[in-house]
Ligand binder design. Structure first.
Ligand code: NFS
Ligand code: SF4
Length: 630
């Protein structure tokens, strides 16, 4: 067994892990150990199961599958299948929001409402919709254009990409299409036509005997990623802001210490605020608080895990119990009455684990069922009623709590969060100018956007935190989302006091603006906020995103969603760091395209580095290089 200290840098995690070892609760690390060593073919991406003449595993001695596909074809196909799955996850989330928003706009759903009219008008303006109409007409138009992006059959690009992407970048994409055509004589579109279509086309092209050339396959991957970043994810973020409010600056609490021994604890875990917003509202209602008192609890405490946490902390200030790897550990505290989930990043191990406790593990989405879960079907048309039922189930569970099993780690940190692009611009006094000036003056050398997951193969949170610390020390502003953001919050890097960890220039800017040097921009679909911010800086300076001193990173990544995110950043002109190595090592050709070839075309490219300190230095080099021409 690996030493406890090698598994995480979060003391709350180590606290629960030693309990787990004592009580013999199974965790993600135990299962990783049993799965190790991992299959080399899978790790290098050279295993193909796309038809039943296989499965085929290519090697140097045996370089072709039964159909004749070589390593480059197989690796590229596997990669864009993963990318398509990731884009599908984000975009299906976006679709759910768009469908609901359309119903709200048409008065067909009274469980939700338009909360942020200013944001709605701002979106409409970008989409060239007449904003002098009444609000519901504007909303209907916006809804139509959003839904169109999932199904329109005309030419590229998406309505939202056209409205949001900076001018120079759109020109670059067009130029790249021309270059690829003239070099290969084959049309290789990278501007997305509709979100679902690009995902479907990835599946079509990668089925046996269709697209068999790495460059052509990867170009479709780029198109699909752009459909996610400037389409599905962006639509999710923008319309959620209209429905639930655009995030603004607030202070929240983070880590397992936010769970309360004397309250009914409900954890919302998963991704879609359509559900979690309602659970939070139901739990806060005087009626439910009163019911909780009747069973002897002091109240109801809602906390989040994963990106659902990021959604409700950004907008409601709800505390976060932890990131992806905390999901099993939270149940092991013995004080979680209900773990309520919808979709994405939810371990199927939670059902059996919850059975060892009084915890009700409640699934809610028609897209996701879990072994040994209680399914309470969520329905947008009866959202309040369903949310109330869920909260009541948690209250009922409270009396079954076993005091012998209660073990809440004491760790809890404060974090300043809520940095939507709108909030950042507001803090800057209404225009990107002060930020641009600070960058031009070298007080801020550049900006790094970090996203993503936890992965038990990597020491939990270690890469996230040490990379972030190194960067701010070097006067590089760090922004980000997802489970990285939760790691940074737990580590105290999002407190105002964290200014003292920053280099002199960055510190000065952060002090003047009263912000931390590390900015929480939301959930993983909110990576679109980072794109929009980059776009705003580019348009302000009349340059392309690839000219700006920006770098991205997904350390500790694990999901297919991260493949899509990384790719849309690269395709938008941003160099992106990854660790662990993606499963492409089996093809030099694919590695070459993604780390070098793509750079000349799109400005962005991938690089892989295991050491966080070295990664920070590499990023600084890239930034300094970009600054020269800037
Ligand atoms: Ni992003 Fe968010 Fe976390 Fe990774 Fe999962 S919750 S969508 S995928 S693990 S950061
Ligand atoms: Fe093998 Fe080709 Fe079928 Fe893949 S598509 S399993 S490489 S025969």
């Amino acid at each position: 067994k690996r030493e406890l200290g090698d598994l995480s840098v979060d003391p709350a995690v180590l606290d629960i892990l030693s309990l787990a070892r004592k009580e013999d609760y199974e965790t993600v690390w135990d299962r990783l150990e049993r799965q190790s060593p991992h299959c080399k073919f899978g790790t290098n991406g050279v295993c193909c199961r796309n038809c039943i003449m296989g499965p085929c595993r290519v090697t140097e001695k045996n370089p072709r599958g039964v159909c004749g596909a070589d390593a480059a074809t197989i690796v590229a196909r596997n990669l864009i299948r993963a990318l398509a799955a990731g884009a599908a996850a984000h975009s299906d989330h976006g679709r759910a929001v768009a469908v609901l928003f359309n119903e709200v706009a048409r008065d067909e759903n009274k469980e939700y409402q338009i909360s942020d009219e200013a944001k709605l008008k701002a979106i409409a303006e970008k989409l060239n919709i007449d904003t002098s109409q009444d609000i519901s007409s504007i909303a209907r138009e916006v809804a139509r254009m959003a839904l169109e992006d999932f199904g329109k059959q005309d030419e590229a690009p998406l309505n939202f990409l056209k409205a949001y992407a900076p001018q120079k970048r759109k020109e670059t994409w067009q130029k790249v299409e021309q270059i690829l055509f003239s070099k290969t004589d084959k049309k290789m579109g990278i501007l997305p036509r509709n979100i679902d279509r690009e995902i479907t086309e990835c599946m079509h092209r990668t089925t046996m005997g269709v697209d068999n050339q790495a460059l052509s396959i990867l170009a479709q991957g780029v198109r699909t990623a752009l459909a996610d970043g400037w389409g599905g994810s962006l639509i999710a973020t923008e319309l959620q802001d209209v429905l639930f409010g655009t995030p603004d600056k607030k202070v929240i609490k983070a880590n397992l210490g936010v769970l309360k021994e004397d309250q009914v604890n409900i954890i919302v875990h998963g991704h879609e605020p359509i559900l979690s917003e309602q659970v939070v509202a139901a739990a806060m209602s005087p009626e439910m608080q009163e019911k909780a008192k009747q069973v002897g609890a002091k109240g109801i405490n809602v906390a989040g895990i994963c990106c659902t946490a990021n959604e409700v902390l950004m907008r409601r200030g709800v505390p976060v119990a932890g990131n992806m790897i905390h999901q099993e550990l939270a149940i092991m505290t013995g004080v979680v009455e209900a773990m309520v989930v919808d979709v994405q990043c939810i371990f199927p191990s939670l059902g059996p684990l919850a059975k060892c406790f009084h915890t009700r593990f409640i699934s809610t989405s028609d897209r996701a069922a879990f072994p040994e879960a209680i399914h309470v079907q969520f329905d947008e048309h009866h959202a309040r009623e369903v949310a109330q039922r869920i909260v009541e189930m948690a209250i009922d569970a409270y009396s079954e709590r076993d005091p012998q099993k209660v073990h809440i780690p004491k760790e809890v940190e404060e974090a300043v969060v809520g940095f939507s692009v709108e909030e950042i611009i507001k803090i800057l006094g209404g225009s990107p100018k002060p930020l641009v000036d600070a960058i031009l003056a070298g007080k801020i050398k550049g900006v790094v956007g970090i996203v993503g997951c936890n992965n038990p193969k990597v020491k939990h949170d270690a890469f996230h935190i040490s990379l972030t610390r190194e960067l701010i020390k070097k006067d590089i502003l760090v922004i980000g989302t997802g489970c990285w953001a939760i790691a940074a919050a737990k580590a105290g890097l999002m407190k105002i006091e964290a200014q003292s960890l920053a280099g002199e220039g960055l510190k000065e800017v952060c002090q003047a603006l009263d912000i931390p040097p590390v900015l929480h921009m939301g959930s993983c679909v909110d990576c679109s906020r980072m794109l929009v911010l980059a776009g705003a800086l580019a348009d302000y300076l009349k340059v392309d995103i690839s000219d700006l001193p920006l770098v991205g990173s997904a350390p500790e990544w694990m999901t297919e969603k991260a493949v899509s995110i990384g790719t849309y950043f690269v395709a938008s002109g941003v160099p992106v760091h990854l660790w662990p190595m993606p499963p492409i090592g089996g093809s030099e050709e694919v590695v070459g395209i993604l780390t070098e070839g793509i750079k000349e075309l799109l400005g962005g490219y991938f690089f892989v580095e295991e050491d966080p300190v070295k990664t920070a230095s590499l990023m600084e080099e890239i930034i300094m290089e970009k600054r020269k021409s800037f």
